[in-house]
Design a protein around this ligand. Structure first.
Ligand SMILES: Nc1nc2c(c(=O)[nH]1)N[C@H]1C(S)=C(S)[C@@H](COP(=O)(O)OP(=O)(O)OC[C@H]3O[C@@H](n4cnc5c(=O)[nH]c(N)nc54)[C@H](O)[C@@H]3O)O[C@H]1N2
Ligand SMILES: Nc1nc2c(c(=O)[nH]1)N[C@H]1C(S)=C(S)[C@@H](COP(=O)(O)OP(=O)(O)OC[C@H]3O[C@@H](n4cnc5c(=O)[nH]c(N)nc54)[C@H](O)[C@@H]3O)O[C@H]1N2
Ligand code: SF4
Ligand SMILES: [Mo]
Length: 763
């Protein structure tokens, strides 16, 4: 039997688009209404209210949305969550089900012809399912048979390096640690993770400059800062509770500078739904200075700021922190010398910033002593992603703005436990410390050769050097770049295994044999032998805490991620050297082992009991750079980006709408940007439209050409938008087919999803 052809790309059909004026504030009463509509639609009112009462509460469960931290002290009685947190919960706690009857009715080809929105809305997976070679429908399989199948396949591989173990950042510390333990014991470091596509550039840059690949600030610092710079991040949509922190900062006299090609509504004004003023009043104005930078022209802007601060400092020696520079840093003289090569007006010209707004920003920055820089994908997903962040660090070091209250680095993480997964050992590079500790505890030699990261693993599957792909969460096909290439890579595999809560496109672009292993979500009760169990996670600011859901699981057949990992490991490498049976029964034992292997987790169990939380060690937070070369933090010299755009080329960024969580599409409205009921849109400057003879809502095809290979994404409606000239924006994942697989950031190898050279073909 031959398998029917499946569609890697969602259908290119249109909905009834509606455009309105972009919003000039975020949250407010509409946010509450939209959130409740989602919750009621998916979960019903009473289930929604009961569950929300426990979200982000001490001893409750961690929001399955982003990694923004909860307050250290008391939590709001009105609830510590935002519109998009409610949507994330509703998506997970939906009452809809994808059961064996669903798969009997729908073939993989049939499902692949649906939009991602429709696939996601099908509901929660209820049974382990298998798709056999040549077949078109998934069929139920028992858990025992599923693990036996995996065991047989993995034991037969010529080398463990033919298998890949991907992780998305939703996993708990416990499941991720065991998964990493299993990979290393099995014999491979092939552990790509979503971080490779996300904050990898931040990790690399921060490690090299300040000695730790994580941010240095805690939530309270944001309230104390003189100036917060929000650069390459859209918190109103992607980290909505960050707006409350920015609001507090403003109330205490702090100022906010936003640097973004788009004037995002969430950074203009915030109507805090927790306050009367936010419901019926005008809310709080957040941004004091908006710098509308061209896509990927942040380095010249940051250089101009540094250059002018140095020059102002000649008049008033207080504008840079000489003592800090002297005592805590190296490389300052080199930086000063390098800046002399540039003229401020050229730098501003390249970044697209007017002198007026630049001067206003400088006026705020010059006297400021406590600066925080917050950033996300707008900085990391470029060829020079690492240098973008190093340039931010330069500014902070120059101002002595790191390692003291109200100042520091703030890479705002994506998935709710992406940082924790990394901390407990999900990494494709060799971690000698972990390897040594594993040798001492379990007696095996973990592999000392780096494994595949995300980009490398796609190439390896494409080249058939890797034949098994296991994913702990995520939607690899749609998240990765170069969708058609990635689809071929996945379909080349002999076996693909997805440990998932919900149906997604990766499930229907399968290897020859494919397994779906359904698992519990965050909000659900994890009960074994009559005992409820808790897990733990780390937020964006390095704080670890417990999480325990209360809802009845979506199906009686679901088992926890910890149990899936343990049973898979046992089927592959047996129970002799590592007691998987024990770990899957008793999570405190897993935490005990984590505390023996990973630094900073001493007394783990005790420190997360009774709603307790603890911060992991962070040298940058204490301005302690003693472990770095020469004992000092490092200034870096970075080059200006150069995209060599042809006359008919645009630079495209792929961004998130307000109604999605990565590849999970909550709805079709990007409310803050005024785009309703459609996702196949391209945001363009009106002058550029005019030059191309394009009218509002004209339909175009997009093509990108790299290394003579042409990639396309078809049928996008043109939306006139306030965006710099020669820049366009599309949504992720609709435009991922344009992102070339072999173009990624230097050092971090993060795909260039925010600066793809694209041509527009008029249909
Ligand atoms: N509701 C919701 N929350 C989420 C997610 C979600 O999809 N939905 N995803 C989660 C994940 S995994 C992540 S990583 C984060 C992502 O959070 P963000 O990084 O905020 O998400 P993006 O939409 O990718 O937006 C990047 C922002 O950077 C700007 N930008 C793009 N290119 C440039 C540039 O060259 N320079 C500058 N200065 N700005 C630029 C864009 O205009 C946009 O405002 O959010 C997390 N939280
Ligand atoms: N062009 C472009 N591409 C991008 C980006 C971009 O900005 N532009 N952003 C990149 C970024 S920042 C990221 S982080 C990646 C995201 O990449 P991924 O993490 O791979 O993708 P998600 O869409 O977050 O994964 C959603 C799926 O996770 C599963 N899931 C949800 N919760 C759970 C759970 O608790 N347990 C398990 N086992 N499964 C669960 C569900 O089945 C759901 O369908 O995409 C990247 N891709
Ligand atoms: S800010 Fe992030 S973690 Fe907090 S409730 Fe919203 S989505 Fe959840
Ligand atoms: Mo991310």
């Amino acid at each position: 039997m031959k398998r029917e052809k499946v569609q890697a790309i969602a259908p290119e059909e249109f909905e009834e688009i509606k455009l309105k004026k972009p919003a000039n504030y975020a949250a407010g009463p509409t946010a509450i209404k939209v959130a409740m509509d989602h919750a009621i639609e998916e979960m019903g009112l009473s289930r929604a209210m009961q569950t929300l009462a426990r979200m982000n509460k001490k001893n409750g469960f961690d929001c399955p949305g982003c990694a923004w931290p909860d307050p250290d002290d008391k939590r709001s009685v009105l609830g510590e969550y935002c519109e998009n947190g409610v949507k994330a919960l509703a998506e997970e706690a939906t009452l809809k089900r994808v059961d064996p009857a669903f798969f009997e009715k729908h073939s993989i080809a049939g499902i692949s012809s649906w939009s991602d929105y429709k696939i996601g809305k099908s509901g929660r997976l209820t049974h382990p399912m298998v798709l056999k070679p040549g077949e078109n429908h998934y069929k139920p399989i028992s858990w025992d048979e599923a693990f036996e199948l995996i065991g047989k396949k993995l034991k037969k591989l010529k080398s463990p390096n033919e298998a890949i173990f991907y992780t998305s950042g939703r996993s708990s510390n416990e499941a991720a640690f065991l998964y990493g333990l299993f990979c290393r014991a099995y014999g491979t470091n092939n552990m790509p993770d979503c971080s490779n596509m996300c904050h990898e550039s931040s990790g690399v840059a921060l490690k090299q400059t300040v000695g730790i690949g994580k941010g240095s600030v805690v939530l309270d610092d944001l309230h104390k800062a003189d100036v917060v710079i929000v650069i390459g991040q859209n918190p109103g949509t992607n980290h909505p509770r960050m707006l409350s922190a920015l609001e507090k900062c403003k109330e205490k006299g702090g100022k906010i500078i936003s640097i973004n090609p788009l004037n995002e509504a969430g950074l203009k004004r915030f109507k805090n739904p927790q306050r009367v003023g936010g419901i019926i009043g005008g809310g709080t104005y957040l941004t004091d200075v908006f710098l509308q930078v061209k896509i990927n022209q942040d380095v010249p802007l940051l250089k101009a700021i540094q250059k002018e601060l140095l020059s102002l400092n000649k008049v008033d020696q207080a504008f840079i922190d000489h003592t800090f520079i002297e005592e805590k840093t190296s490389g300052f003289d080199g930086l000063v010398e390098d800046l002399e090569n540039y003229k401020t007006e050229d730098l501003l010209d390249q970044s697209g910033i007017s002198t007026d707004s630049f001067d206003e920003a400088l006026k705020l920055l010059a006297p400021a002593r406590k600066i925080i820089i917050c950033w996300a994908m707008g900085l990391t997903q470029h060829k020079n992603g690492v240098e973008n962040i190093k340039e931010c660090v330069n500014l902070l070091l120059m101002k002595g703005s790191i390692g003291k209250d109200g100042a520091g680095t703030c890479p705002v993480r994506g998935h709710s436990n992406v940082q924790g997964d990394r901390t407990v050992g999900i990494v494709s590079k060799v971690n000698p410390k972990i390897n040594k500790a594993l040798k001492e505890k379990f007696g095996f030699n973990a592999p000392d050769k780096a494994g595949y990261d995300t980009v490398a693993c796609i190439q390896a599957m494409y080249d058939k050097k890797a034949t098994v792909f296991v994913s702990l969460g995520g939607n690899f096909l749609s998240a990765a770049s170069d969708t058609n290439f990635t689809a071929e890579a996945l379909q080349n595999c002999d076996l693909t295994v997805s440990i998932s809560t919900k149906l997604n496109r990766t499930h229907v672009i399968p290897g020859k044999t494919s397994l779906i292993l359904p698992t519990l979500g965050r909000s659900e009760k994890d009960e074994k032998n009559g005992k409820e169990r808790k897990l733990s996670v780390e937020n964006s600011m390095g704080k670890v805490h417990s999480t325990a859901g209360k809802l009845e699981p979506a199906s009686e057949h679901l088992i926890s991620e910890v149990e899936i990992v343990c049973r898979m490991a046992k089927a592959v490498i047996g129970n002799e050297s590592i007691d998987w049976d024990k770990y899957m029964l008793d999570y405190s034992l897993v935490r005990q082992t984590i505390s023996e292997i990973i630094d900073g987790f001493e007394e783990y169990e005790k420190r997360i009991s009774d709603g307790n939380e603890f911060y992991l060690p962070n040298n940058a937070r204490k301005a302690d750079f003693s472990k770095m070369k020469g004992g000092k933090a490092k200034f870096s010299i970075c080059e200006l980006p150069d995209h060599h755009l042809d006359e008919d080329e645009f630079l495209m960024m792929t961004i998130r709408s307000h109604d999605q969580f990565n590849t999970t599409i909550y709805g079709l409205d990007d409310r803050y940007r005024g785009i309703y009921n459609e996702r196949r849109v391209v945001l363009m400057n009106q002058q550029d439209m005019k030059d191309l003879g394009l009218q509002k809502l004209d339909v175009v095809n997009l093509i990108s050409v790299y290394d003579k290979i042409e990639r396309s994404a078809n049928n996008f409606k043109v939306v006139p938008y306030n965006i710099p000239r020669e820049n366009i924006a599309t949504y992720f994942p609709e435009a991922n087919s344009l992102v070339p697989i072999n173009h990624f950031a230097d050092q971090s190898r993060t795909p260039i999803s925010k600066s793809v050279r694209v041509k527009i073909l008029i249909k």
